[in-house]
Design a protein around this ligand. Sequence first.
Ligand SMILES: Cc1ncc(COP(=O)(O)O)c(C=O)c1O
Length: 401
Amino acid sequence: MGYVFKIKPALRTWAIEYAIRDIVEASKEAKKLGKDLIYLNIGDPVQYGFTTPPEVVESACKALKKNFNSYSDSVGIAPAIEAIKNYARKRGIEPVDVYITQGTSEAIEFAISALVNPGENILLPCPCYPLYQAIIAKFGIEPRFYYLEEEKNWEPRIEDVEELIDEKTKAIVIISPNNPTGAVYSREVLEQIIEIAKRHNLVIFSDEIYDQLVLDSDKKNISIASLSRDVVVVTFNGLSKCYFAPGFRIGWGIVSGPEEVVKDYVEAIHKLARARLCAPHPLQFAIPKALNGKNTYVKKVIHLLKKRRDLIVEGLNQIPYISCVKPEGAFYAFPRLHIEGISDLDFVKRLILEEGVVVVHGSGFGQKPGTKHFRIVFLPEEKVLEEALERIEKFVKRLVR
Ligand SMILES: Cc1ncc(COP(=O)(O)O)c(C=O)c1O
């Protein structure tokens, strides 16, 4: 006798969506139809031909061969923690604690789940990298969105932030350089966020996973934790983007702020770390090699990305009914659609099915009511981007005919 009922998934999974992967389903359908697909949907530089620096690979291989294949200390190996602390200090952060995790994603999950109870809330940017919504849905936490303003190069609308706060607000998330908009926040905006956090006892979660990928030489990514010693910040980073090793699954969180204030919180994060044993042990040996080196490769990549960014922004702005703010960092643009009568999701699905250009719909990240966007990755070579632009233009012209 087999099972009588279907296995019912838990309620906590119902609200979890991850648009970036969901679009993969639409592209599978297009592939079945024989479409030649151009993938501009996934923020994985390795899938576009960029390579992990050889010395970083070598250090992990060496550790594997030397049989560092046991569990490690739950928060990470000492030389890696030391390297992260030094990296943080060079950016003006005074770290109180560092914990190493299975990708930056796990660092984010630990920081949120160690702080926020079900029914409490967190301030999230809109649009936002969807992992944050997925984590907080899982833990029964309420998202409260503050808008990023397209007219101001996608910097946060600070005036709105304070109105969203009540006694159940525990933290504010910022992402700079930003996914999906590519914005790099100014010092003024960061200082305003610090003031708000101090006034309302909020923890700042600062996602800086794209910190070295600032494309314009007159811009610099500022770590918010470097601007104040009295505010509590958890700064997230890892090897996935700036060291081109997303498959290593190595990330970390850096807790900073007054030591007495964060003591119990740090212990709570460590408890979560102990419960899941450790991050991949041999791969942690790549951290000192990566962070103590000069990362000359990322500089070459920036040079390439800048050209690709310019091409995609200029190209998109020449297509009727599309406008695009220039991203200053990371490898994403978040162009706006000015077309009536079609949702952003339907636009993207049809673009995939009819032209084979795979991008992600803006509503998967969140967008201001009344606006429609899509996210496009500009990691591929110029000729691929040119082909994608031609196909998008063809599609838009057909759509508005
Ligand atoms: C803003 C942001 N944070 C975190 C992550 C997740 O990083 P990891 O692959 O290290 O878990 C990503 C991945 O795309 C991201 O864009």
